[in-house]
Every structure is written in C-alpha cells, then in structure tokens.
Design a protein around this ligand. Sequence first.
Ligand SMILES: *[C@@H]1O[C@H](CO)[C@@H](O)[C@H](O)[C@H]1NC(C)=O
Ligand SMILES: *[C@@H]1O[C@H](CO)[C@@H](O)[C@H](O)[C@H]1NC(C)=O
Length: 362
Amino acid sequence: MALPYLFTSLLLLVPLYRAANQSPLPPGSLPVVPTLPLLQALQTRAPGSSGWRVGPSSGQPLRYMLDLYRRAADREGRPRRGRSLGTNTIRLVQASSHGDQPWAGRWYMQTLTYSLEGHPEAEHLLRATVVYLPSLPLARGRLLCALESVAAGKTPGVLLSPATHPRHSWAEVDVTPYLVLGNSSTGSLALRHICVRAGRAGGRDAPVPPSRPFLLLYLNDTQAGLAPPATEPHRHRRDTGTLAHDLSNYLQEQGGEKSDCSLRPFPVSFAQLGWDHWIIAPRRYNPRYCKGTCPHLLRYDYHSPNHAVVQSFVHQLVDANVPRPCCVPYRYSPISVLMIERNGGILYKEYENMIAESCTCR
Ligand SMILES: *[C@@H]1O[C@H](CO)[C@@H](O)[C@H](O)[C@H]1NC(C)=O
Ligand SMILES: *[C@@H]1O[C@H](CO)[C@@H](O)[C@H](O)[C@H]1NC(C)=O
C-alpha cells in the first residue's frame, strides 16, 4: 500500500499547477508534498488494485446513486442548500446471488439476501430501505413486482408496501424492522422478490430477470469530520517522514506575490491520481487555499479577531520581529463523494471541513 500512496503524493503537485494556470515550479525545486486529509480519508477506502472495476450489475444501482448524489451536491461536491439527505453516509448493498431458476410460467420468485459486514464502528445505522421497480415494461405487457419479508419461524412473510416513490418509477420500502442484527456492525436481511408477467399470454418473450432490488443503509458516520484512523501503522510512519509540511506552510513558502489575502484554487483531479475507476463523483477535488499579504488595516470582511488587529499594529509600529497576522481559511464547507466499494457496493459520504470557503487574517 505504500507505493500507491507515494504515487498519489507525487502526482499531487502536477495537476494543481496546470489546472490553476499558474507558472509551473522550476524543476528540482519541488518542496515536501503536502498531504490532504480528504485524500488520506479516501486512501483508506481505495480498492488497492488498479484493475478493479465497476461490475456489470451496478448499472441500475449506480444510476440511482448518481441521481441521489446530483440532488444533494453540485459539480464540485459541495452540498446544495436545503437539500440535505438527512445523514452524512448512505451505503448501497447488492443482494447476493442464488443459483435457482426463479421463473415458473408467468411468475418470478427469488429469495435475496443482503449481508451487512465490515462497516466501520463509527457508522451508526439510522434506517434501512430497499429500492425496487414495482412495474416495468416488457415487449408485450408489463412485469409487476413486489417484495415480501421472508418468514422467520412460524410467522408468515409480510408483503412490504413502498413508503415513497422517489424517482424514475423506483419505489423505496422501509425494512429497518426486518434487519437481523448480529454483533457490532454485522447483520443480514432476507427478502422475497415476486413478480408476475401481466398482459397477453403465450408471448415468446425470453424471460429476462427483473433488476435486483438493492438495500440502502442510512448511516451516521460520527468520524466523517475527523482524520481517518491509523489502520496501517507502517504506512503512517512513512507519511510522517516524507509529508511533514502542511499545505499552508508550503504555500506560504512560495511567497513572492504582493496581493492581499484571498482564496485561490487548488484543483486535484481524481483521474490524474488514477482513482477515477472507483471515485464516481465529483471528478476533482478543489480544497482551495488562502494566500496573500494581510494588509495593515484589516478589512471588516476578514472577520479578524481583535488580537489580529493588535498584532498587526505591533508589527507595524512597535516591533517588526512580531509577525504580521497570517492569511488562513475562515469558513469551510463539506464535500460529498460517491464511490464504489470492493464488494460491489456504492458509498455516498460527506466529509466535513474539506473545502475552504473564505479567508481571514489572524
Ligand atoms: C449523528 O451523530 C452525531 C454525534 O453523535 C449527532 O450529533 C447527530 O445528531 C447525529 N445525526 C443524525 C442525523 O442522527
Ligand atoms: C458475537 O460476539 C461473541 C463474543 O464477542 C462471540 O463469541 C460470537 O461468536 C459473536 N457472534 C457472531 C455471530 O459473530
């Protein structure tokens, strides 16, 4: 895992200067590469092998999640105003397959099982729903589908009725009461998917299987605003050696520009990191940064604390050894990321404080 990380780190500088239309650094003067918390957080979820790709079964579920993503976030991944999904993490889980023959005449019946495994401790389950297509057109007639809970013991299965019909004729059913939860973050769910072909009988339609209902877990990740846990101490030891400087130090060292403290672009493309096969949206990450001189008279819109005003005066009038206030981010916004997981699941996650929105001097 050390190799891809190093690769990531080295590539970081290239896209940023090109995309920002700034003059490239002279060769040989590359400083210590900054390490971005979002990239670190995502790194822990990277599938590892670059040959890993989206499976063919993810077509419909992926479309559903992209639609959900676009309603919640803009092209840069920033949340749209008033469009909260009610939580910061949504995981799509695909059903595991069964080899049986589900068609019998015009009836289709298949038992689907979903397993909840390996979710991080910090992700707390709020609710679970299953999304399916209640009605889909065939060459002749339609296929009408429903979901039934699978009987446990002597209790009969219950027909589940959809609570909402979100979009594109999908229906969403709350299945939270039917989850069988095991230890900590494990659990499972079993459902029967029942469909009937309506319309003229005797058609020569080859019985195409209806697309599989998928499970959505609405989770509250209590650590989405924090640095990722140190899962691989070996790799982290290496990081602290080579990636010691943070972004603001690095940028201040570049210096030279005499303009006032303000927000600047810093785009990093996931394609250039080789991550675009598993990060679906956004296409790039622009954390932005604050750079420039803090003026002697701090403008009101910098929201500087009184202490910064005092320090600025001291620097100017009393002792030039006391540094000027620094130009640093004032407000941040979260970023929403849609990504594919190793097991074919799809994950929507919001990470707090990942994009600088304004600067201050302090
Ligand atoms: C998620 O967890 C945090 C911390 O425990 C809590 O403050 C917040 O209200 C929770 N959010 C939801 C949607 O339950
Ligand atoms: C649950 O945890 C207990 C003790 O930690 C363990 O003995 C048991 O095997 C676990 N059960 C499952 C289903 O993992």
